[in-house]
Design a binder for this molecule. Structure first.
Ligand SMILES: Cc1cc2nc3c(=O)[nH]c(=O)nc-3n(C[C@H](O)[C@H](O)[C@H](O)COP(=O)(O)OP(=O)(O)OC[C@H]3O[C@@H](n4cnc5c(N)ncnc54)[C@H](O)[C@@H]3O)c2cc1C
Length: 511
């Protein structure tokens, strides 16, 4: 039984917590940690009494790895390898054509990612309530109230804001009346973590006469297989899948028998492609699969949800603390909705190349030729690694403006070595002075409650595209840059810094 300690929110109404997060998948757990780092109280309600333990998303993209690094989380995953080779729709290419790009961390079961995030969010003070299933949701001008079915009966909980991180079938999205337009599923595909069979790996997938199969070793004696048999209808709703069904489809396509084997986990998925029409409606927001569903091509879903959470967390915490107006939350939709749309675009394109029958052969051939061009490979590496995510963060022409702060080694004035990711561990803004110029440091000094001022020398002077100083948001995106192409415009640069500080961190006296 949970005791609710009621507190009065800024608008004067009574709430139990600042933010209710619905769903303890990777998105909800990441968001819970981010909200705690930002100083907001958070309750996570999760309908499952225990984690599923399912392997599901087997890793994360290069950018998601950087995001975990920004919060000091990477050591919790153990040894992670950055795979240089990846693919687009099954056409292989080397990601290292783009600086910092790689195919991401592979072979990390989603259950492990969730365990890491749940432990971290819990340590930061997130109140995670398992066995709580949201059944009703209502919003008034001052807050959001939910009704949850729990082992102790029906419980009510009131928060100033609520974020639906409750997956593709999101109850929150429906209850809030947010549309989910897109393309319905046309086909169902199978997935199994097979034990006790010797399966030839097909990392890039293999197209055969009756469909496409993929296979990769997951753990000693366990192989992940994906089976896409041509002509398998999507069906109305997710159904329970038996191993025998998957094994039969595998045999029809490959001619290989999985007899004598079994599976740790069997599931199915479709090519449904949909995106929430709004990521915010009043006090209700959506993130992760609740906001976008797509074919799991290139393993991008979990990573996009984590990045949604990192974009939203610090903003929502600042609004909930009363430090910022709630219009700041609109920038979450403005920045992340286009990223979601691009995700749907690239996964659909991959699906057409990957799963199309002979009618797609010419597209595969043209794509294969285009992939010989370095510019094409660089562009695709940026898209699927998520390193190309760029937000419109105001005027300015520096190439880093709106982009992520790249991971680079730095030396502090006392000779200590650090890295850009380390500066972002506390999820605060950072004013990074790279040349010892006092002007930006003095400008940012009044925001010391929310912005850390750091002077550091890059080990490689070219590391930041000629920038002499940068203002970095807690999510790692550059909100202002001096130097480089803007070297001559010093006054405009400082004026823009003041504007950016006000825009993202509010007035210094209330920040
Ligand atoms: C076959 C397959 C392979 C994939 N591979 C990859 C990969 O390699 N890399 C990658 O990045 N992504 C991958 N994905 C996608 C990834 O699994 C999802 O994008 C990810 O799980 C989304 O996380 P989420 O937290 O947004 O939603 P979910 O993981 O769906 O979590 C939602 C949570 O909300 C809870 N919930 C739902 N309704 C309620 C309610 N009413 N009340 C309370 N709780 C509720 C659920 O129990 C669940 O715990 C793959 C997906 C599939 C199907």
């Amino acid at each position: 039984m949970f005791l609710s300690i009621r507190a009065t929110c800024r608008e004067g109404s009574t709430v139990d917590t600042d933010v209710i997060v619905v769903g303890a998948g990777p998105t909800g757990l990441m968001l819970a940690g981010e909200l705690r780092l930002g100083g907001a109280r958070v309750v996570v309600v999760e309908k499952l009494a225990q984690p599923t333990g399912q392997s599901r998303g087997l890793g994360f993209t290069a950018r998601a790895m950087e995001v975990f690094d920004q919060r000091g989380l990477l050591p919790r995953f153990g040894t992670l390898e950055k795979s240089p080779m990846g693919h687009f729709g099954g056409i292989q290419f080397d990601y290292t054509v783009l600086q910092d790009a790689h195919f991401g961390a592979r072979g990390v079961p989603q259950s492990q990612t969730e365990a890491v995030l749940e432990e971290w969010a819990g340590e930061l003070g997130a109140d995670i309530r398992r066995g709580w299933e949201l059944t009703k949701l209502s919003e008034d001008g001052n807050g959001v109230e939910i009704v949850a079915a729990t082992p102790d009966g029906e419980q009510r909980l009131r928060g100033a804001y609520l974020v639906g991180c409750d997956g593709g079938q999101s109850v929150v999205r429906r209850a809030a009346g947010i549309g989910f337009p897109g393309l319905p599923a046309t086909r169902r595909m199978y997935l199994a973590d097979v034990t006790g069979c010797a399966i030839r790996p097909r990392f890039l997938g293999e197209r055969l006469e009756h469909g496409m199969v993929m296979a990769a070793p997951l753990a000693p004696g366990v192989d992940r297989i994906i089976v896409c048999e041509d002509g398998t209808p999507a069906g109305d709703r997710p159904q329970t899948v038996e191993f025998e069904e998957v094994a039969a489809a595998w045999e029809r396509i490959t001619g290989e028998s999985l007899a004598g084997g079994g599976a740790d986990w069997v599931s199915s998925f479709t090519d449904a492609t949909r995106q929430a029409s709004a990521y915010r409606k009043g006090r209700v927001l959506l993130a992760g699969d609740a906001a976008h569903v797509h074919l799991p091509a290139g393993g991008q879903g979990l990573s996009t949800g984590v990045q949604d959470a990192v974009n939203l967390g610090w903003k929502l915490a600042a609004v909930a603390r009363g430090a910022m107006p709630d219009t700041l939350l609109d920038t979450y939709h403005d920045e992340r909705h286009p990223v979601g749309a691009r995700l749907l675009m690239n996964t659909r394109a991959q699906g057409m190349i990957f799963l199309g029958g002979p009618e797609a052969d010419p597209v595969r051939a043209v794509f294969g030729e285009l992939m010989e061009l370095e510019d094409v490979r660089r562009r695709l590496a940026g898209i699927v690694s998520h390193l190309d995510v760029t937000y419109d963060l105001g005027p300015g022409t520096h190439p880093l403006l709106g982009r992520r702060l790249p991971p680079r080694p730095l030396e502090l004035p006392d000779g200590t070595r650090t890295g850009t990711a380390d500066l972002l561990h506390p999820a605060r803004g950072v004013l990074l002075d790279l040349v010892g110029d006092p002007a930006p440091r003095e400008t940012a000094a009044p925001w010391s409650d929310t912005v850390t001022v750091v002077t550091a020398r890059p080990e490689n002077p070219d590391a930041f595209a000629g920038a002499t100083a940068l203002l970095v948001r807690p999510d790692g995106h550059v909100a202002w840059a001096a130097g480089g192409t803007e070297r001559d415009d010093v006054t405009a640069g400082v004026d823009r810094l003041v504007e950016a500080l006000h825009h993202w961190f509010g007035s210094p006296e209330v920040a």
